[in-house]
Design a protein around this ligand. Sequence first.
Ligand SMILES: O=C(O)CCC(=O)C(=O)O
Ligand SMILES: [Fe+2]
Length: 529
Amino acid sequence: MLLLALPSAFPSLPSHPPYPPSPSSSPASWGERQRRYYRASARADRTTSLSRHKARGTLRASAAAELRHLLAVDPYDAAAFTPEHADFKRAHNTLFATLAASCGGAVFYLDGPDGGTTASLLSSPSPFARSRLYTANRHAATAAALRAAPHRLAAGHVAAAAAEEALADERWRGVPFGALYLDACGGDTAPLVAMVDAVFSEERRRVNPPRVAIGFTLTKGEKSGRSLADREVDVLRALRLASRSQGYSMSHVADDPSAYGVDPSVPKREGSTSTTWLLCERTPLPPTLPPAALATLLARRLVVVDAFLPPPLVRSLAADLRAERARGAAASPHPQHGAVEWYELLPPPAWEAGAAAESAARRQLYDLVAALRQSLEAAAALRPGLPLSARLCELRYAFYPPGGRYVRHRDARVCAEGGARRCFSFVLYLNEAWSERDGGQLRAFDADGGFVDVPPRGGTLVLFHSEEVWHEVLATSSSRMCIVGWFSHFVPPGEDAAEEGEEGEVSELGAAIRAHFRAKGQEVRLGGE
Ligand SMILES: O=C(O)CCC(=O)C(=O)O
Ligand SMILES: [Fe+2]
C-alpha cells in the first residue's frame, strides 16, 4: 500500500521521449524508467514538505503515517535510471571529484544507496581519503548502506538526517568543506536554500576554506509550478548572497570549464534534471603595504601601488558605489573645487549607526584600511606617540561625472582648538576599464613644482602626506570612481599642530621623516623648506 499523495500540479509526462529508448534499458522500458524517476522526485518533495510540517509541529496525525512510510524507503534508485541519466550522473560525479580535488578540505555530498558518488570520489585519479568524505541521508537504511561495505564511510561522517540539518549540526561545524554537492532529489528549492545557509552560517565563517566548489541539482516537477530555470535562479541568488556575506565571489564553472580542468561537454541538463556548479572564492587581501612602498612614501612623500586591490574587490566596490549613487543624496565639496560627489563611509553617518550589516565588500575594505593604518603605524620612521586614530579615519566614495575635476589643493586640515589632524591621504581607484583617453589623472606636485600624473586605474593605491602634497584631479572625460580616505591623529586642545624650531616651520610628520633619515646618516629636504 502506498500512502502517497502526488502534487496536483505535477507535470504530465511528455508524449514523446526527447530521445529514443535505448535497447539496453530492459527489463524496464525507457518510458517506465522516466516515470519512476518522476515519481521518485515527487516523493522526495513530499517527504521534504511533510518533514517541514513535522519540524514546525503542524503535521497532522494522518500525514505522520505517510511520512513514516516515505522515510522507510529511499526512492533514489540508480538501477532504474535511463542510460542517458546514468551517463549524466557519472559525468557529474567525475566533475565533482575534479573540482573537489582543486579545493582541498573536506567533501560533503548527497548520495543514493548505490553509493555512486562515494565510489567515484574513492576511485578518482587522485582518490580521496575516506576521512575527508561526509554525507547525509534522511533514509536510515541508505545511511547504513553508506557506512557498510563496500563504501565503508566513517560512521561519524554519515548523518542519518536531512542534509540541511546535518550541515547545521554543531558536530560538523568545525569541518572545513571545500566542495559540496547538494541534492534534495526533487524540485523544491527550500531544502537547497537551507543547505546553502547552513554552509555559509555565521558559525562556519572562520572554518570555511578560501575556495569552495558547490554543485546542486533540481528536478523539473514541482508543486509551485515555477519553471526549473526560475527555481535555479532562486538557489543561485541565495548562494550568491550567503557566500558574499563571507567575502566570497562566485563564478559558474560552466562559463570557463577548462579553467577548472573539467570536461566542457558535460551537459547541465538531462531530461527533467539540472545540475549547476559554482566556485566560491574568497578574495585574498594584500596583507600590508610592501616595505619598499613604505620607503618610497617616506622618501618622496607619495607612493603609487598598482594592483593593490584584487580585481573582484574592485568590481564589488564599484558596484557598491553605483548602488550608493542610485540610493540618493551625495555630499559635494564647494562647487568651485570641481565637480565631484562624495558618499560618506567612515565615520558612519549618524543615521546609519546600528543599521543593517555592511556588505562583504565594505567589510573587506574596512579590514584593508585598518591593515594599511597599522602598517603605517608600525613604520619605525613615524615618530613614537603619533598613533593614527582608528576612530578618526575618514573614508568616502568619490564619483566624478564626465567633465568632472578637482582643483589643485592640499588635504591638510588642522584644528587650532584641537581635534583630528590629517596625516596621510589615500585614494583607491575603482575604474575597471580606464584608458588614457578617459583622462582624470591625479596630478601630484613635488616641492620643486614638478609633478607626476597617476592614472586612476582600477586597483591602484595612491598614498601621500596630507600636509605636504599639493594635488589636483585633471578633467575626466568619462565617469570616474574612487575611494578617498584620510588617516588622522588627535591633537589635544591648545597644542599647536606645527612646531617651530631652529629648522623653520616643519610639520611633525616632516620632523618624523627628517629624524628617520638622520638616524641613517642622511639629510632630506622637506616641502616648503
Ligand atoms: O580623486 C582623486 O584622485 C583625489 C581626490 C582628492 O584629492 C580629494 O578628495 O581630496
Ligand atoms: Fe585631495
